[in-house]
Design a protein around this ligand. Structure first.
Ligand SMILES: [Zn+2]
Length: 98
């Protein structure tokens, strides 16, 4: 279960919002541990699960600005790191060839 600051319309106030699933830190760890495979179920869960008000249980909005912060970071690492390593390798190979 994830918890974050949010806003509930029926309650008309700032509340604690909850949604099913693991914390982003746990998801990020799993993504790294599974070499990026976990990224896809994570993205799917992020889309499917909705934030709910902790007081009335109705749909509520999460007001955390960087809700996808860790997700973006994980995506960036997953796609840019191999590219970065490959370019270093390629650079080294060309320098050795000269
Ligand atoms: Zn509410």
């Amino acid at each position: 279960m994830q918890e974050a600051p949010g806003y509930c319309l029926p309650c008309d106030k700032k509340v604690l919002v909850r949604r099913a699933g693991m914390s982003e830190r746990a998801n990020l760890f799993l993504t790294l541990a599974t070499v990026g495979i976990w990224l896809w179920p994570w993205i799917l869960m992020t889309i499917v699960t909705r934030w709910r008000c902790s007081e009335c249980g109705g749909r509520a909005a999460c007001i955390e600005a960087n809700e996808f912060g860790y997700l973006k970071l994980a995506l960036l690492l997953f796609y840019l790191l191999p590219l970065f390593i490959w370019s270093i390798y390629e650079l080294g190979r060309r320098l050795l060839e000269q």
